[in-house]
Design a protein around this ligand. Sequence first.
Ligand code: AGP
Length: 607
Amino acid sequence: MCGIIGYCGPKSTVQVLIEGLKRLEYRGYDSAGVCVCGDGPLTCLKRKGKIRDLQGHVPAATDGRWGIGHTRWATHGEVNDVNAHPHLDCEGRIAVVHNGIIENFAILKEKLQSEGHSFASETDSEVIPHLIEKYYAGDLEEAVKKALGLLKGTYGIVCMHVDQPQLLVGARCGSPLVLGIGNEEMFLASDVTAIISHTKQVVYLEDGEVVTITPSGYRTTDMRDQEIEKRVELISWELEEIEKAGFAHFMEKEIFEQPESIKRAMSGRLDHDQATAHLGGLNMSNRDLLNVERVRIVAAGTSFHAAMVGMYLLESLARVPCTVEISSELRYRNPIVERNTLHFVVSQSGETADTLYAMRELQRKGATVLGICNVVGSTIPRESDGGVYIHSGPEIAVASTKAFTSQITVFYLFSLLLGRMRDLSFEAGKRFIQDLQSVPPKIEQILSRSRSILALAEKYCCYKDFLFLGRGINYPVAMEGALKLKEISYIHAEGYSAAELKHGPIALINDETPSVFLVPEDSLRDKIISNMKEVKSRRGRVIAVAVEGDREVEDIADDLIEVPRISEPFYPLLMVVPMQLMAYHCAVHLGRDVDQPRNLAKSVTVE
Ligand code: AGP
């Protein structure tokens, strides 16, 4: 969602801000702006549309010694130049960028207006500079703290004042903010991608913390002005990882990275001697694990689909009863937390508000909650009771691909670990490890056929509606295939259990609604073949994703995508790749904005 960057130091502030905003583009946004200051007044420039539109609007001579920038994803007020950030106080001496939602802004705005403040925008965020203006008496940090004390809601903010040269104040409550420490320069950003080209030394702020930076130092305090000692952390990945590396889009690059990212998720975690897995971050002894009677997994979107695959794995391999829930639903239904139930939250970003709040609600009720996350240092891993990083590397495209396969890989590892403590034999554990390790080269084979999937995409992308159908452990993969297609190509698609067809969706079948069937070589194959025949007999077109050499499926389907043979539980990791490629090529062919699809944000930090 919205992105923040702040800078003070010797470099061209405009350049640092614009470059940082470009690196934040992946989060999804609809407008952007910067405010810089040199020796004169604040210069604030904001624009609806892309960063390049803003850039074209910045006069060549504009620069400063400190400044702030923002990409906005509208929540309050339409998408236009005025509602874009930064927002200013009445005199144009204070500028603020804000991520999050101020829930009590209407009351605050009314009061400020009655006191003579005049507002330019329809946003909730604009109350912040006016509150700071009200309380400012020469100390920006103090005024910011007084203003923040009145806010209800969530925020990550950075503020500047024309009279406080090269000083920025940042604060966080529910929206991430990270400090970057450079050589005689400091940065504030909503995520590290914005600053990694300048520094790898960072400090993650916690909720309720305020940071004040100048080029030579920083001070972290709480709202009562107590100093807080913060740990400086080192970002472990390289700048190249957030570059396209010759691919047309980040999504394509990330799809092709999967053989490597899956290997990284397994790396150092397989124990061949004991035929099990080690997941040190769980913070649980074998005895703790033995006491687990149930597992509940909570997540949103693609991570929810990975969680569903996890449920099938845990129940079939570890024989532990498992449920999966959408995080936004769980939080508000007063969930029952039972003793000996282990909870997982799954989130690529580690910042998804629905999942984070669900986790906090579970923890408040006494649950042990483990995170399965990608972004190191994000809020969920920091607040959870333990967990596993998937180590996919930065996922920049809004549509999640490599994170999905790595999240699933972690569920394979956890199911192996738990399974080996229950009724999975040593021999079965050995075979399991072999099968898991055979996945990356098999994905390579699928990726090498990307061109044939491109041809299929060109043939089918003119259709308006699709059904994606799978069964058992591949049912969530069908849901994921439908989500991928709809989010980046804007083609309507639904994912269903193939068995559910006859309970309703079959009414949609005609020659204008193609069905994508996932047909692995498993115990449900014959039943899926029957479902395919039901579709064919109603003039429906069938695209089958099936195992190499499956002639029966080939005879029925209009088009076929082949995947290599593998043992039954591992098909999700193979089946999803053609779905990702199909969605990608459809979107490219239709001229969509593949990496930043309309209305979507990479990490959804508001409810
Ligand atoms: C995936 O393609 C989507 N962009 C979206 O569904 C995403 O998976 C969801 O918002 C959850 O995000 P998280 O994994 O970062 O929590």
